[in-house]
Design a protein. Structure first.
Length: 319
């Protein structure tokens, strides 16, 4: 069944270097756990997936009952290890991303259920699907950019661009570190990306094909054929081809099974530029992702309309 849904994500990150090892440091909570159910959330994309929203703009909670494992362009001290979700896990220790809002929704959902929640994130700011995220099917068909495609970025026997490969390594390493302790249930992948593809019409025009291939490749490489995929509509108006990207996002959500779109153009951006979500917007973005994942586990996905909400001063985060 084809489904469109209203949700939100965004991603723009900054580059740092990482050593991709299979030696994962697993937190005490994971090592001491019994065979309980663990609900897994994946996050990927640019810096709004990673989080550049300032932690000092609003009062933010921590979630000891939600774990996170991440890698990419964030502070190295928060990478490649399991920890509880808290403010300061974004681009650096002064920033946060959609993990806060996602944790609010899922912590409430699974409270007193005996089930646990874990987020696995790989994100990198300022990157495009066309180049650095290009997936194996597109690469094999010579679609998209080939600059960042190398033999060393081969996963499951298929070559891809750099960030697709490193995302899959991060996801599988995290999963392998806990699969013997938990029964894993996959709630979905939150994709906040597209701004990096909005600067060139030729690049933007290929977004439907490249994202469709990306979704199918992720499901194949994770061996989760029906993994819900939640596209966060880009909210910016500064790329030049933003409306082109938004139309492609909607088309993919309409035509790819178990894929949904969250609308977020009502969420303010622009503390210091026109790309990144404000703190209150970032919290709401995460909430929308979380709400959509809960609905995506049902047989029928409801359509969430695009709505105007109050994200300014006076909300419960005192933003």
């Amino acid at each position: 069944m084809k489904k469109i849904i209203a949700l939100t994500l965004l991603s723009l990150s900054i580059i740092g270097s990482n050593n991709y090892s299979n030696n994962i440091s697993v937190g005490e909570k994971l090592m001491n756990s019994t065979k309980e159910k663990m609900n897994i959330v994946f996050i990927a994309g640019q810096s709004n997936a990673q989080g550049t929203s300032p932690v000092n703009e609003i009062e933010l909670p921590s979630y000891d009952d939600v774990l996170i494992y991440q890698d990419g362009g964030m502070d190295a001290s928060t990478a490649k290890t399991w920890m509880s979700v808290k403010p300061g896990l974004g681009l650096n220790k002064n920033c946060f991303g959609p993990e806060i809002g996602i944790s609010e929704i899922l912590s409430t959902k699974f409270k007193n259920s005996g089930e646990k929640v874990a987020i696995i994130r790989y994100s990198w700011g300022g990157t495009s699907l066309y180049s650095k995220w290009n997936s194996p099917t597109s690469v094999a068909a010579n679609l998209g950019g080939m600059t960042y495609v190398k033999d060393e970025y081969t996963f499951n026997g298929r070559k891809s661009a750099e960030l697709y490969y490193k995302m899959m390594v991060t996801y599988t390493n995290a999963i392998n570190s806990i699969k013997d302790q938990y029964d894993l249930n996959y709630l979905g992948l939150c994709w906040m990306q597209g701004e990096g593809d909005a600067y060139n019409l030729s690049v933007a025009s290929s977004y439907t094909t490249l994202l469709t291939n990306f979704i199918n490749d992720v499901r194949t490489d994770l061996n989760i054929p029906n993994l819900p995929f939640i596209i966060g509509e880009i909210a910016t108006t500064c790329g030049g081809r933003d409306d082109v990207i938004r139309s492609h996002e909607a088309a993919v959500a309409e035509n790819v099974n178990n894929t949904t779109l969250i609308h977020n153009r009502d969420l303010p951006v622009g503390y210091f530029d026109a790309w990144h979500f404000r703190a209150t917007s970032m919290v709401e973005l995460g909430r929308r992702f979380g709400a959509r994942m809960i609905e995506s586990t049902s047989d029928e996905l409801a359509v969430i309309p695009e709505v105007n909400i109050n994200i300014g001063k006076g909300n419960r985060f005192n933003g």
